[in-house]
Design a protein around this ligand. Structure first.
Ligand SMILES: Nc1ncnc2c1ncn2[C@@H]1O[C@H](COP(=O)(O)OP(=O)(O)OP(=O)(O)O)[C@@H](O)[C@H]1O
Ligand SMILES: [Mg+2]
Length: 319
C-alpha cells in the first residue's frame, strides 16, 4: 500500500466490511467496488478491496493492476497463508487490493472452516474499510460472505432480468439469514418444516412466513426481533438513463417491504455513462481520471450516503 499518510487507523478497531453483490452478472459490481474504494481512499481512508468473484475475477483490471501471484487462491490452498500478506498496492494512495484468481482454486479448497477464517480475517485487515466484490449468483459462499459484511450492498440495473435476479438474490439472502439464525437457537427444523409446507399454511411469501412464525410460535418472536430488527440492505441502481430508472430504487424498496418484510435503504444511483467503458478500455481508474463526469459525482454521493447510512431523497426520480 502507498506510503502517503492515511487517516490514523487504530489496529484495535476492526475494519468496516462492505460487500457488493446482486445476483445478475454484468451490472457493474466490480466497477462500483473499484470506484467506491478509490473514492474512500481519496478521502484519506485506508481501504482494501477483495476480489471474491469465484471464476470471474477481474477487479484488478478496473484498477490497472496486474493479476498477482499472491491472490486469494493462496489463502484457500495454503493453510499458513495470511490474508494481510496478499494485499498488493495500487496506483491509488491508501488503496490495496487482494486479487482473485479463483479459476485456479479447486472448489474443495473453499472449505467451511477456510471460508469462516476468511470472514473473520477480513475485518482484521489493517484498514478502515474492506470492500468485497462478490460476483454474480446465489452460491452459499456468496450468501455467507454477504451476510457477514457490515454493509450489504446490492446493485441492480434497470432491466427486468436484473430486477428478477436481484429479487431472487435478496430472497435467498434473507431465507439463509433466517434459517441460520434459527439454527443457532435450535429451531431450524421447525422453520424448515413450515416453509416446506407453506402452501398448506396459506403462506405466499417470506414476509408471511416470518409473520406466521411470530404469530404461531411466540417463543421465536424475541429471536426474530433481535436478529432481524436491524437487518438492512443497501440498494444502488446502475446505468440509469432516465428518471423512471432512478425511481426503480424506491419501487424496489416498497416491494422488498411488502413481500419480504425487509427494510432496504436506497443509497443512490449511477447514470449510464460512456466514460465508464472508456475508463475500462483505457485501463484508467474511473474515480481518478474521470472526476469531471456526472457519474463520478453520483458515486461520491452514493459513497457518502453509505458511510452515513443515508438515502437519496424519495422524490428523486419521481415522475
Ligand atoms: N454506469 C455505467 N455506464 C456505462 N457502462 C457501465 C456502467 N457501469 C458499468 N459499466 C460497464 O459494464 C461492464 C460490466 O461491469 P462490471 O464488470 O463491473 O460488472 P460486474 O457486475 O462486475 O460483472 P460480473 O458479474 O460479470 O463480475 C463494464 O465493462 C463497464 O464498462
Ligand atoms: Mg465483476
Amino acid at each position: 500500500m502507498s506510503n502517503r499518510i492515511a487517516a490514523p487507523h487504530s489496529p484495535a478497531r476492526e475494519a468496516e466490511v462492505w460487500a457488493v453483490a446482486g445476483g445478475k452478472g454484468g451490472t457493474g459490481k466490480s466497477f462500483l467496488v473499484s470506484s467506491m474504494g478509490t473514492c474512500l481512499a481519496r478521502k484519506q481512508h485506508k481501504v482494501v478491496l477483495v476480489d471474491f468473484d469465484l471464476g470471474g475475477a477481474n477487479l484488478h483490471t478496473f484498477l490497472n493492476v496486474a493479476q498477482s501471484r499472491r491472490s486469494l487462491t493462496r489463502f484457500f490452498e495454503d493453510k499458513d497463508a495470511r490474508l494481510e500478506d496478499l494485499v498488493v498496492p495500487t496506483e491509488i494512495d491508501n488503496l490495496g487490493l487482494i486479487t482473485g484468481d479463483l479459476e485456479s482454486v479447486s472448489p474443495e479448497s473453499v472449505t467451511f472452516s477456510r471460508k469462516g477464517k476468511l470472514l473473520r480475517h477480513l475485518a482484521k485487515l489493517d484498514s478502515r474499510y474492506v470492500l468485497v466484490d462478490l460476483g454474480a449468483g446465489c452460491h452459499p459462499n456468496i450468501l455467507d460472505t454477504f451476510l457477514a459484511a457490515d454493509k450489504m450492498i446490492t446493485l441492480v440495473v434497470p432491466e427486468i432480468t436484473s430486477v428478477e435476479n436481484m429479487y431472487h438474490f435478496i430472497k435467498s439472502v434473507l431465507y439463509r439469514k433466517l434459517i441460520m439464525t434459527l439454527k443457532d437457537y435450535g429451531f431450524k427444523d421447525t422453520a424448515r418444516h413450515v416453509w416446506q409446507k407453506r402452501e398448506s399454511y396459506g403462506i405466499r411469501n417470506l414476509r408471511e412466513f416470518i409473520d406466521y412464525l411470530r404469530r404461531n410460535m411466540t417463543y421465536l418472536e424475541p429471536i426474530l426481533d433481535k436478529e432481524l430488527g436491524g437487518f438492512t440492505m443497501h440498494l444502488a441502481v446502475n446505468m440509469a438513463r432516465d428518471s423512471q430508472d432512478i425511481h426503480l430504487g424506491s419501487s424496489l424498496k416498497s416491494i422488498f417491504d411488502k413481500y419480504l418484510g425487509l427494510k432496504a435503504s436506497y443509497a443512490g444511483f449511477i447514470t449510464y455513462d460512456d466514460a465508464v467503458w472508456r475508463s475500462v478500455r483505457e485501463r484508467r481508474p474511473f474515480m481518478l481520471h474521470f472526476l469531471s463526469s456526472r457519474s463520478s459525482k453520483e458515486i461520491e454521493i452514493l459513497v457518502d450516503n453509505l458511510v452515513h447510512d443515508r438515502e437519496i431523497p424519495p422524490s428523486w426520480g419521481q415522475p
